[in-house]
Design a protein around this ligand. Structure first.
Ligand code: LLP
Length: 432
């Protein structure tokens, strides 16, 4: 009935998440509120991990892309499921470190890492640093030499794959700020350079073709392109690159019309493509990494809001205004992303109207969506926006000096705050 499997209704006709009445969560913790179902997050971690075990003989690591949702408690959940982590800034690294995340299971990303970030990654002993460009390689070599360390690195490669997704979240094509180009020889020269470096060890190659991709073909194609490059390096430079990181990007269901393949199908097909290509090229099967972010957390989350004003503009549209908006969910204003919404206290009623859900920022584009089918919503009702577990809290801002909402985890009939709601004093904490 609802877009995510953890959502249902109870005998009062209220929306539930992980079996808990969402209107009770709103009453207990206030709104706006991010609610995440820990059981579903864990289930998704296991399905990816089991996929590597079943289809690739366990010779790989699933690294949760923490840019999708990062906080200490999330790092603890990910660690307890045996996954690794993809971190993309000093802040994400530090969060993992403070959550006692095993540093050797972290891949450190970023297209323009600062020296301070590189130093932190080396000091913390992250598993590998995914180097994006030659300037970074040179700076890292120097930092490693000064510290007497030899960090493991991978190179981020642009495989030249055009995935069918929003242009802002597309990354594998030639015209991208991320990584080394294959066809110009830039990537090959970088590998040659790295193999001559004393202070770094090249352990793998990385690609990420984009995000919210439903079609599995481009992932298979990217794996083939990368393996051909690995074969080329072996032939010309005599070095067998041991690791292959295929990035993240697996699409999820935001609307009932979205139809992603089960994770298992993705894992099976990509594993088969890697095996077959290794056979054809006479290569040893590499250790593989994948970096799912959205697919692990997005369906596990919802955001709860309280309705304030309702404005009916005859023959134009009806605005239903909520106590949050682009500060806690900037994805409509950025990508025109669509969501399913439900009036949580009327969840069994028919969605009888189509409305624009508007936020409270001084910005006309501050909308959660337009033309959204919804139950008749009035002041005081609770609206749930579904599948907001990824790139909502992590992309939230304090525009208009609005406090960020709390994040609550529900698990087996219980709930707990994992990120506190910001206070007005938090808003001015750095003001001098
Ligand atoms: N690995 C790398 C190197 C990435 O750049 C990303 C996402 C991921 C993994 C995880 O991708 P996922 O499985 O979550 O699709 N803010 C945008 C999404 C940006 C994705 C950036 N990179 C959104 O809200 O749709």
């Amino acid at each position: 009935m609802f877009v995510s499997e953890n959502l249902n209704t109870n005998e009062k006709g209220h929306l539930t998440i992980g079996g808990i009445d969402t209107t009770e969560l709103a009453a207990e913790y206030g709104t706006p509120l991010y609610v995440m179902d820990e059981q579903l997050i864990r289930k998704h971690c296991r399905r990816f991990k089991d996929g590597i075990d079943k289809f690739y003989g366990g010779k790989g690591l699933v690294c949760f892309a923490s840019k999708a949702f990062s906080c200490k408690e999330m790092c603890k959940v990910v660690a307890s499921e045996g996954l690794g982590l993809d971190a993309v800034s000093a802040g994400e690294l530090y969060t993992a470190y403070k959550a006692d995340f095993p540093m050797e299971k972290i891949g450190f990303h970023g297209n323009n890492k600062t020296n301070e970030e590189l130093e932190l990654a080396v000091d913390l002993g992250v598993g590998h640093i995914i180097v994006d460009n030659i300037s970074e390689l040179e700076r890292l070599e120097k930092i490693a030499a000064e510290k007497g360390k030899r960090p493991h690195i991978m190179f981020r490669i642009k495989p030249g794959i055009d995935a069918h997704t929003h242009s802002f979240v597309k990354t594998g094509q030639i015209d991208s700020k991320f990584g080394f180009a294959l066809e110009t020889g830039e990537a090959f020269d970088a590998v040659k350079h790295a193999l001559s470096c004393k202070n770094v060890e090249l352990v793998g190659l990385h690609c990420h073709i984009g995000s919210q991709i439903f079609d599995i073909d481009p992932f298979e194609e990217a794996a083939r392109v990368m393996l051909n490059f690995i074969a080329d390096i072996k032939e010309k430079l005599g070095y067998a690159v041991p690791g292959l990181n295929l990035g993240g990007g697996f699409g999820i269901k935001y609307l009932n019309s979205d139809n992603p393949q089960p994770f298992e199908v993705f894992m099976e097909r990509v594993s088969a493509a890697v095996k077959k290509c290794c056979e054809d090229l006479n290569l040893d099967q590499p250790y593989i990494y994948i970096e799912p972010g959205r697919s692990i957390v997005a369906p596990a989350g919802i955001t709860l809001y309280t309705v304030g004003a309702r404005k009916e503009i005859p023959n134009i549209r009806t605005y239903v205004s909520i106590d949050g908006g682009m500060c806690d969910n900037p994805r409509y204003i950025l990508y025109s992303s669509e969501y399913e919404a439900v009036v949580a206290n009327k969840a069994n009623e028919e969605r009888s109207e189509k409305v624009t859900i508007a936020g409270k920022c001084c910005e006309s584009g501050d909308l959660i969506g337009e033309n959204m089918p919804l139950q008749h919503a009035e002041s005081g009702d609770i609206i749930a926006v579904c599948a907001t577990g990824a790139y909502n809290y992590s992309m939230s801002s304090n525009y208009n000096r609005i406090q960020k909402p709390a994040v609550v985890f529900v698990n087996d009939g219980t709930s707990r705050v994992v990120v506190k709601r910001e206070t007005l004093d938090d808003i001015i904490r750095n003001d001098v």
